[in-house]
Design a protein around this ligand. Sequence first.
Ligand SMILES: NC(=O)c1ccc[n+]([C@@H]2O[C@H](COP(=O)([O-])OP(=O)(O)OC[C@H]3O[C@@H](n4cnc5c(N)ncnc54)[C@H](O)[C@@H]3O)[C@@H](O)[C@H]2O)c1
Ligand SMILES: C[N+](C)(C)CC=O
Length: 485
Amino acid sequence: MYINGEWVNAKSGKTREIVNPYNQEVIAMAAEGNEQDARAAIQAARIAFDEGNWRTMPASARGELVYQIGQLIRRDLQELAELETWDTGKTVQESRDDMADIANVFLYFAGLADKDGGEVIQSPIPDSESKVVREPVGVCGQITPWNYPLLQAAWKIAPALAAGNTIVMKPSEITPLTTVKVFKLIEEAGIPKGVANLVLGAGASAGAELSVNRDVDLISFTGGIETGKTIMQAASHNVKKIALELGGKNPNIVFADADFETAVDQALNAVFFHAGQVCSAGARLLVEEGIHNEFVETLIERTKRIKLGNGFDENSQSGPLISAEHRTKVEQYVEIGKKEGATLAVGGQRPDDPELQNGFFYLPTIFTNCTNDMRIVQEEVFGPVLTVETFQTKEEAVKLANDTIYGLAGAVWTQDLDKAEFVAARLRLGTVWINDFHPYFAQAPWGGYKQSGIGRELGHEGMEEYTEVKHIYRNKQPEPLHWFK
Ligand SMILES: NC(=O)c1ccc[n+]([C@@H]2O[C@H](COP(=O)([O-])OP(=O)(O)OC[C@H]3O[C@@H](n4cnc5c(N)ncnc54)[C@H](O)[C@@H]3O)[C@@H](O)[C@H]2O)c1
Ligand SMILES: C[N+](C)(C)CC=O
């Protein structure tokens, strides 16, 4: 762990085995921090914020340091990508793409650091002057999940630092490797001690301390909806600011006039990329009735050809699930789907390939004949499981798509742009893709409607999350009021 500019073990001396999900081999030992370690990190961040010069230094100088972190990530891109693949099982090409995105996120927020110089507003009071400025919030607790370990961390670290905050980051206890490495780069970049702190350990101890501790001013969390609710409650102790990036059950709407080959190809990618362990996975396919049979038949044929394997094998198209526990959860959902009466069209079991027996693999799975009242349609499986429903009109497509507690992302496929705009305007989602699925980039905000979250990451909105707004009013000719004579 990296606390107050020092690399330290857990105060308890405990460690945790980090396991490669491809073959269950132990690839590293990580410090296993708890509440005590989190408190030490919070104290360091508090002192650095209150007494250090990070928040008061010229914003351009802060931006330069954040820029330097991005450059160091580019320098060490291959090493970081390999670490991410060891830790998550995702293909190394995915990891390389993630690392390139991550470097861009640092460069983007570095560039924003000195762009908001505040705003002079027209005061209605004579002989006065009014301006509105943005200031850093203070000490920020940041908690991230295992599916995109460094990417989700970057979305929090870069804007928080660029805006002048101090941070305590806690990555998922099962995938800490790339975050540890980036804190080495943060040290190398010359970020002052106490400004960026890293605490490792379980959510219920180290993570819970960040959300409950009164010295933390803001908690930013990416993860599951139930954990999000717990954090929201804990944050109420000192009315912390909260930012929540939670799950999704994302609709992928295909109209009959869509380009067939592209829509099939991208429907596969939408749901099975990274074994479906993507918050914005297109796990609910809504197909216009007229093309349903042909679309689903083609999808099933293509699904059977997906090559599972070692993320380091360039022929692998998808890696394993993250853990035995998570695979059991996926298997339970498949059983639920069968009991609910959905038709299991392909997959629905572990692969029988002998080479994959030590990993947490699960075959890409498709359920047809689904209806919106099924749990398999409503709940986030977070694995390679697709449900298929049909619709007849654009109004029905919108109604089905919106009929969920989630509101993260989704797509519409059609060559009729009026129809696409009609649907996009009515989907209650933080991101709508037209004739595409999955793009996200530093310049555009990311976040969810409804129970998919609160607040936004990325874009200038992602920077604003880490600021307080202050109105400064100056009376240029102060004089007595004589109200109280
Ligand atoms: N909206 C997004 O952008 C986005 C991105 C990635 C993942 N996710 C979501 O993340 C989930 C999968 O990730 P996960 O299984 O790691 O989620 P999770 O909620 O189990 O854990 C996420 C993080 O929270 C910590 N945590 C657990 N209990 C805690 C507690 N009581 N207090 C504080 N911290 C606690 C964990 O240690 C981990 O670091 C999915 O639901 C997925 O949709 C959302
Ligand atoms: C936000 N995203 C899509 C990068 C990862 C979600 O799990």
